[in-house]
Design a protein around this ligand. Structure first.
Ligand SMILES: C[S@@+](CC[C@H](N)C(=O)[O-])C[C@H]1O[C@@H](n2cnc3c(N)ncnc32)[C@H](O)[C@@H]1O
Length: 382
């Protein structure tokens, strides 16, 4: 099978996962989610008494008013940047002060929550997702002050359903995972000889992507290592995927030396990293290390958010702050000093190429309405 065949078949699998979805409506739904998050940010700032009577503040003054925990201050900085960029807030470059934040009332918030539910349904997220976004929005002051951890909202009652909804049960992840599953299935299918396909999944977490790709590998000779930096996810996965005898479980930290974690250099046929690579302190270093782990004809499969979703800035980003009392590692790559988490699609393609990979596939294509959702799957050869 040629690379072109692989790409064509992967795109077909993605299309099949979109059956019945009105893709032209997706950018509009995304915009509504974004607007609701901007409103939640603005309401939080107004609620703390910021910007009353036309007052102007520096970023530090806003942080003090809201009593933002040191480890979460980068989130507030992102909010102010995003609100300014989206025309909700004005910024005076000469004084470094922000001013004139658009009003955001409780009634606006209630309307936005209703909109959120419509947008959520349109994007194929289950109702648990609106509950999570709404609960996060309601708790933003406490989250910023670090009085409650986001995990308490995301994993309420040790339930993984909401997190799974974020990474699996929705239009875009259904599409991306279908593409990834087809690529993995085809790579397993085209192997000659008895040697199994060796797959290492990084940051497998709640297993949203794993669950979608495993069926494509069933009945094939495969060894699949399910790894994460957190042991918490390994036990749940062991139970959940007990039916797949070819799975192995282990810890793996993408920020530690990848060659010193029990996986020999050149030993893997496929590396799968879904929604985890942006956690690298230095993506250049990570990509170089991942290339070392791959066999000569190995393939890296990356799923990444390539734009900053405002909904994420009012929810999931609280998981990305340094641990309490630990100095922020900060980014050591092209994101250094930007407070940005995600690389753009073009940045990933450039980084992959610079690390020596050959990009083979990147879906959805830029002209596809799906691209407005900002998530992409990249397939790159070693
Ligand atoms: C956004 S979740 C994605 C989960 C899963 N891959 C999916 O798409 O369904 C990110 C995962 O990356 C893991 N993670 C965070 N930092 C990591 C690191 N340094 N090394 C490996 N995994 C990490 C987290 O524990 C979490 O499970």
């Amino acid at each position: 099978m040629t690379g072109a065949d692989l790409g064509r078949r992967a795109a077909q699998a993605g299309e099949a996962a979109l059956a019945g979805v009105d893709r032209a409506a997706l950018p509009g739904f995304m915009r509504r989610l974004d607007e609701a998050a901007l409103l939640a940010m603005a309401a939080t700032l107004h609620g703390a008494g910021a910007f009353v009577d036309g007052r102007a503040h520096t970023t530090d003054q806003v942080a003090d008013l809201l009593r933002v925990a040191v480890r979460h201050r980068w989130i507030l900085r992102r909010w102010l940047t995003v609100l300014t960029r989206e025309g909700w807030l004005r910024h005076d470059d000469d004084t470094g002060r922000h001013h004139h934040l658009r009003p955001a009332s409780r009634a606006d918030l209630a309307a936005a929550t209703r909109d959120l539910d419509a947008a959520r349904a349109g994007l194929g997220y289950p109702a648990a997702m609106t509950r999570f976004f709404t609960t996060s929005a309601e708790h933003l002051p406490e989250l910023l002050r670090d009085e409650i951890p986001l995990q308490a909202l995301l994993f309420a009652d040790d339930d993984l359903a909401t997190a799974e909804a974020a990474y699996k049960d929705n239009v875009i992840n259904g599409y991306l995972n279908a593409v990834a599953g087809r690529v993995l299935g085809d790579l397993a299918g085209r192997r000659r000889g008895p040697e199994p396909l060796r797959v290492l999944e990084l940051g497998a977490g709640v297993g949203g992507t794993t669950a979608d790709v495993l069926p494509a590998l069933a009945d094939r000779p495969v060894v699949y290592q399910f790894t994460d930096v957190s042991r918490f996810f390994l036990e749940a996965a062991r139970e959940r995927f007990a039916g797949y005898g070819f799975l192995r479980y282990g810890l793996f930290d993408i920020n530690a030396d990848v060659l010193r974690q029990g996986v020999p250099a050149g030993s893997q046929d496929v590396l799968l990293a879904a929604n985890v690579a942006h956690n690298a302190v230095d993506v250049t270093r990570l990509l170089g290390g991942l290339r070392d782990l791959l066999a000569a004809d190995g393939v890296l499969l990356l799923i990444e958010s390539c734009r900053e979703h405002h909904q994420i800035a009012t929810s999931m980003q609280f998981l990305m702050s340094a641990r309490p009392g630990v100095p922020a590692a900060g980014s050591a790559d092209l994101r250094a000093s930007t407070d940005r988490i995600f690389l753009t699609r073009e940045q990933w393609l450039t980084q992959l190429t610079a690390a020596g990979f050959t990009p083979m596939l990147c879906l959805p294509t830029v002209d596809d309405p799906l691209a407005a959702l900002g998530q992409h799957v990249f397939v790159a050869g070693r």
